[in-house]
Design a protein around this ligand. Structure first.
Ligand SMILES: C[S@@+](CC[C@H](N)C(=O)[O-])C[C@H]1O[C@@H](n2cnc3c(N)ncnc32)[C@H](O)[C@@H]1O
Length: 352
């Protein structure tokens, strides 16, 4: 094996450690730095990362190798069977967590390796506070009930956006005051149109690989990709999972362009809304073109009595670190950027 290959694995772990630190997870950063040291020392991290040891830095990032390792260890901790690991994660004690992690990597490498075979898949519920202003604006402009179709919905945690409580700013809130899912954000600009009358009369969702929340192992896997010291994020995800299960969440398996073409069409008396967050970049160019064509075909059928809205939270091509919330409404096809938002909804700059 070439020395360069070794260096890329180490670089990948250390770079991801830096990213975790920047994004607010010191615990994950510290674990990855220890993993890098362990890999160099020839410890149990090395066989676990063997499938990626010849990969270059870009391939390591594309495969999210370091996040697979973090997820596998967190999943084991969440399971509770490894009492030492669970206790250390519960206390966010890095030294104890790494000692227990080393023991687990030696004791059950196959289990961890199996977990790491999957590409990480997340579902961030706080993105609903980025999208909700768009839904309110659609309701305000059309005055019609909403038919909501979400593509790339993952586990469906942003499917029940209308059953959450949003605190935009002091005195500006929207949604069920009793909701168990409460979302806030560092909100800049005026509040969205909270006086709009909203009724969701239909909802459906698809994902290429839906997370089945009724399966305890899949539920745990989803939580495992949330960094352990981001306790508010974990609490929000848990509350949203409970709410989704109580509402009988269904995310259909399907490729977004095909599913959109087959399932979404304007209908008189309601506004049909197609929405998505943080997924466009994961599609190959051919699928992006197919989805754009499907959207154009639906838009061509929109009428004043059966309008069609496309609401998207995606990065502009020139800056992947920030996201924009964009709304296009047909007939007419006027396209507006409603807000710039943090990728996880930590802040929203609402333009309205
Ligand atoms: C980063 S996750 C975002 C999930 C969710 N929209 C959110 O904001 O939390 C990207 C999702 O896109 C899905 N995905 C990627 N390509 C897809 C496609 N062609 N059709 C359907 N889903 C796709 C993945 O399975 C994954 O669930």
């Amino acid at each position: 094996m070439a020395m360069r290959d070794h260096i890329d694995v180490i670089k990948g772990l250390r770079l991801q450690a830096g990213a975790c630190r920047k994004l607010g997870s010191e615990f994950s950063a510290a674990l990855l730095e220890r993993a890098a040291d362990d890999w160099l020392a020839g410890g149990p991290t090395r066989p676990l990362l063997a499938p990626w040891e010849s990969a270059g830095l870009k391939a390591l990032f594309d495969a999210a190798t370091a996040l697979r390792l973090l997820g596998a260890l967190h999943d084991l901790a969440l399971g509770g069977e490894d009492a030492a690991l669970a206790d250390a994660y519960g206390r966010l004690d890095v030294d104890a967590a790494w000692t227990a992690a080393l023991a687990a990597m030696r004791r059950e490498p196959e289990r961890l390796a199996r977990f790491m075979e999957h590409e990480p898949q997340t579902n961030e519920v706080r993105r609903s506070i980025c999208l909700v202003g768009g839904f309110l604006e659609i309701a305000r402009v059309t005055g019609l009930p909403l038919r909501c179709f979400e593509i790339a919905a993952s586990a469906g945690l942003n499917l029940f956006w209308d059953r959450y409580r949003y605190e935009f700013a002091p005195g500006a809130a929207w949604g069920d005051p009793q909701s168990s899912v409460r979302l806030d954000s560092a909100w800049e600009g005026p509040p969205p149109p909270i006086g709009a009358k909203v009724a969701v009369v239909e909802r459906a969702a698809c994902d290429r690989r839906p997370v089945d929340l009724t399966d305890p192992a899949e539920r745990r896997r989803l939580l495992a990709y949330v960094w352990p010291d981001q306790t508010e994020r974990l609490a929000r995800a848990r509350a949203a999972i409970e709410l989704a299960l109580a509402n009988g969440v269904t995310v259909e398996p399907g490729d977004a362009p095909d599913w959109t073409a087959a399932r979404v069409a304007p209908k008189a008396g309601a506004v049909t809304v197609l929405y998505h967050s943080v997924f466009w970049q994961y599609m190959p160019a051919q699928s992006q073109a197919a989805l754009a064509a499907a959207i154009a075909a639906i838009a061509a059928k929109a009428t004043p009595d059966a309008p069609f809205a496309w609401l998207a939270m995606e990065p502009p091509p020139e800056n992947m670190a920030t996201m924009e919330v964009r709304l296009t409404l047909w007939p007419g096809g006027e396209r507006r950027t409603l807000a710039e938002v943090h990728p996880h909804g930590a802040w929203v700059r609402w333009r309205g």
